[in-house]
Design a protein around this ligand. Sequence first.
Ligand code: NAP
Length: 530
Amino acid sequence: MTLTGQSLIGAASVRGTNGAFHGVDARTGEALEPAFGGATQDDLERACALAESAFDAYRETRLETRAAFLETIGEQINAIGDALIERCMAETGLPRARIEGERGRTIGQLKLFASVLRNGDFIDARIDPAQPERKPLPRVDLRLRNIALGPVAVFGASNFPLAFSVAGGDTASALAAGCPVIVKAHSAHPGTSELVGRAIQRAVLACGLPEGVFSMLFDSGVAIGQALVADHRVKAVGFTGSRAAGVALMKIANARPEPVPVYAEMSSINPVVLLPGALAARGAAIAQQFAASLTLGAGQFCTNPGLVLAVQGEPLRAFEQAAGAALGNIGAATMLTPGIHANYRRGVERLAANPNVERLARGTEGGRFDAQAALFATTAEAFLADPALRDEVFGPASLIVRCKDLAELHGVLKALEGQLTVALHLASADHEACRMLLPTLERKAGRILANGFGTGVEVAHAMVHGGPFPATTDARTTSVGSRAIERFLRPVSYQDLPDGLLPVALREGNPLGLTRRVEGVIHREESLDD
Ligand code: NAP
């Protein structure tokens, strides 16, 4: 499949004339062909106009039609074959097995949302029938359903070029909700983006949907992405990336005459709490698992364990030694972009230069753009006094905070910003301590896990990949799992509308066979008359 470097605007492919850029081979730093043309304001205008005109028809498509559409996207991605894997490997430096796994995950996410559509519960149909005889006043007939928000702008992540990018979780959940999607392609993997974007374009055509359901724009700077978020036709934004960019987009969305939600997943250091019982019983084994989690994907996971908290003493000293030794046995891996590599090196140098930070270990060295793992330690006192120690260093670097006792450890947790995950390593003797910490952990994180690490985010119904700011801009939501669809929906209530004018989901006789809440009670596939 030949790459063209063109933006995809509805059914058309358009060569952007607003500057140009190349994908870069992550291992060598050399430019890859072809050049990608930056979209113009006219291209953006056309994509937004098409999305707006597609919206009303698309959001009322049958649930089965949208489910089949998502599955067709998956089939089209699969049909690209090895060309997708090879381009993605070149652009990201990630190994084949990881990219193939991520392709499976991406298709799996699309299938998950197809099943969410067939199930229909996301519509949240509620019916409070009229009570004309009610005294002192009759009650009106009220019916509620969720509808799609409107066109959604999606900014993919550099670290998941498939599962959090063009056809990733944000796109899948927005399309499932009934929202047309305009993707701002990530400049770190433009070729991968074009291949996947074209797969979606083919699926739109194959399913007979309005062309404006999907567009994708390349941007040689940040202007088009920002203009997209500012456009009055865009009604929500999905984003994964840096805190600076996420906050910039949130400010733009809030400054609009009609502010819209920005669901940005940004920055998290994912504390790992080693409780005394677990540390004493199996510190060496935890150290091995920690080193593996820290270096997974060159540490480029938003759930990477960037912070370890434990009570000082011999078991912690043994853990530090074992973790340092384990890092020395793990090969270095290429980072996603030379820019991310340079950021990582700066972050590690900053930590190493801090007089209150001790350098414990470095991982193996590798090629020019490989990440060398780094493990540091400091005291709770120093950590609490220096906010810079709480900043995310994106890559395989972690900081151990030595606490005097559990009370001090609790104090450190209380001082942290919002997190995607907190991992507790515990033995049965630690349950009391856990009980004490849990209320604080719930206030800090979207996911609390025991005896494991946050890397590896299951795509499931009960998953929360989110958390208080700055982990995300909206702690009420998740960007992974079936609940992600809720970000792109809003409730509408219909009062006393004649049955023939009601949306089909709310009509008498339950024509869609939905599970509906009648007078607050869940009814499965039953009509109101039953
Ligand atoms: P990024 O710089 O935040 O870029 C993400 C997307 O936002 C890209 O499409 C980018 O455009 C766009 N963008 C960047 N700055 C913008 C601005 N001011 N206004 C409008 N759009 C903007 O993220 P990245 O390049 O993927 O990685 C850079 C850093 O982000 C990493 O070093 C790491 O610290 C962090 N990161 C965090 C996570 C996480 O999950 N927590 C994931 C990935 C990265 P371009 O494509 O044109 O650059």
